[in-house]
Design a protein around this ligand. Structure first.
Ligand SMILES: C[S@@+](CC[C@H](N)C(=O)[O-])C[C@H]1O[C@@H](n2cnc3c(N)ncnc32)[C@H](O)[C@@H]1O
Length: 453
């Protein structure tokens, strides 16, 4: 990978003697990582080793995930570069909170936040580009998240719908990507001397909207995957000047991990900027990242909270179909029938206290239970990934390689197992992977066509 001359000159100037190891690291190999999903019933991976934990990530390990493995398909793991795993650790979302991930696709940080929240509270995860939002939504589904709203909106429109609503907001901003040069050589081709400033201008606009959605006393985390001071310390200096109701909070840099302080001298000299964190590839096994954690003053002006999203009322016949389905398929799953919304024939269980969607485009409104089909109710794939096997009435393990390959390929399975007619949760590695319908000794395959391999 040939680095642009202007990039080399810039970091020789900024890093001085430290630039040698920096450029050497950029020419070196990348480190691969993954996170284990605490939302899954069984925490033992089938193929992956947990021998090499990542010091700064609670569920993070070094290693490479195969996209076709049982561990990936069941959502037990999420493949994520090691440094990127530090960002959500800094957010530190708590069960029961209202959390916004404003620039979220493909979902690395959102899935990590969902794990921290343990299904309690509301995670609103947004991506401006619809195509990328679909990938985000698929990852939220695979991870088995029950309490997430997935939307595709410009931050300006989101801020109109959700003013002052969130306890925590993460802006993992679209940036110049210098920290990914090693992982994604395409990032080098986008770069020019003026690119970090262009990205910084865009991030200022997104930050203007992010701060509007935070309640007084709420926490804002801003992160980039670039080394550029324009988008890092200088951006935070701008934010503190523009929004004096914010103050920087210290970040636990995990002693011995190599995570470094921010560089006040690269912005306006404010010593508080040392509280921000920099992850440098020459200091630790991971790519380049920057993270800042700020708190909005509890005395900041309160705004009128958005209204709650209205639930939809089902007809008596539909309610009875759904209730029978739940009792016969997932009797252990707690479902509050007063929190259901419909998108066409699909039925979602809303997170508690979900704010009104207004004009925001929604891709996923909590947990998709399934679809009304004439006189039946069919479970959604999302439900198979979100329920624990012991919440389902019937399960069938497909751990042996032949059954696994046949099911994931879309084939029906024949079995002499003692099953009742109806839906069966197929499991692999102790976690749900999809549905089948048992009829006359056959397990009819309900694994989604688009996911078969
Ligand atoms: C750094 S990436 C997010 C990565 C994600 N947080 C994760 O961990 O998987 C930044 C995201 O911002 C989106 N984006 C681009 N322009 C934007 C804008 N003007 N407003 C908000 N988001 C934008 C990009 O499409 C991209 O998905």
């Amino acid at each position: 990978m040939a680095l642009p001359e202007a990039f080399i000159a810039k970091y020789q100037d900024l890093l001085g003697n430290g630039s040698g190891p920096f450029f050497e690291a950029l020419a070196g190999p990348i480190d691969k990582g993954f996170r284990l999903n605490p939302l899954k019933a069984n925490q033992e991976p089938v193929d992956l080793s947990l021998d090499n934990p990542i010091a700064w990530s609670k569920n993070g390990y070094f290693g490479q995930v195969s996209g076709k493995s049982i561990d990936h398909t069941t959502g037990l793991v999420y493949s994520q570069e090691p440094s990127a795993q530090f960002v959500a650790e800094v957010v530190d979302a708590k069960p029961g909170e209202r959390v916004l991930d404003l620039a979220a696709a493909p979902g690395g940080k959102s899935t990590q936040l969902a794990g921290q929240m343990q299904g309690q509270g509301l995670l609103w995860t947004n991506e401006i580009f619809f195509g990328r939002a679909k990938i985000l939504s698929e990852n939220i589904e695979r991870f088995g998240v029950r309490n997430a709203i997935v939307s595709s909106a410009d931050s300006k429109d989101l801020a109109k719908a959700l003013p002052g609503y969130f306890d925590r907001v993460l802006l993992d901003t679209p940036c110049s990507g210098e920290g990914m040069f090693r992982k994604d050589p395409d990032a080098v081709s986008y770069w020019s001397e003026g690119y970090p400033r262009e990205c910084a201008d865009r991030s200022e606009g997104i930050l203007d909207n992010a701060v509007k959605m935070l309640r007084p006393g709420g926490i804002l985390v801003y992160s980039t995957c670039t080394f550029a001071p324009e988008e890092d310390e200088k951006m935070i200096a701008w934010l503190l000047k523009e929004y004096p109701e914010f103050e920087l909070l210290p970040i636990d840099k995990v002693a011995g991990s190599g995570i470094a302080d921010g560089r006040p001298e690269w912005a306006d000299g404010n010593p508080d900027l040392k509280k921000t964190a920099r992850l440098w590839p020459q200091d630790l096994p991971g790519e380049g990242h920057f993270v800042a954690k700020l708190q909005k003053s509890a005395a900041a002006e309160e705004v009128k909270a958005p209204k709650e999203q209205k639930a939809d009322k089902l007809s008596a016949e539909e309610a009875s179909l759904l209730e029978s389905f739940l009792a016969e398929t997932v009797p252990g799953l707690p479902v509050d029938l007063s929190r259901l919304v419909r998108f066409g024939d699909r039925v979602f269980l809303l997170p508690e206290g979900c704010p009104a969607f207004g004009k925001v485009k929604i891709l996923r409104a909590g947990l998709c239970l399934g679809t009304f089909k004439k006189k039946r109710f069919e479970p959604d794939h999302a439900l198979a990934l979100a329920v624990y096997p012991d919440e389902a009435k019937q399960t069938f393990a497909i751990d042996d390689p032949a059954n696994w390959a046949a099911y994931i390929h879309g084939e029906a399975l024949t079995t002499k197992a003692d099953l009742e007619k109806g839906f069966v949760l197929m499991t692999a590695g102790g976690n749900g992977v999809g549905w089948a319908k048992f009829v006359n000794g056959q397990l009819k395959n309900f694994y989604p066509k688009g996911l078969r391999h």
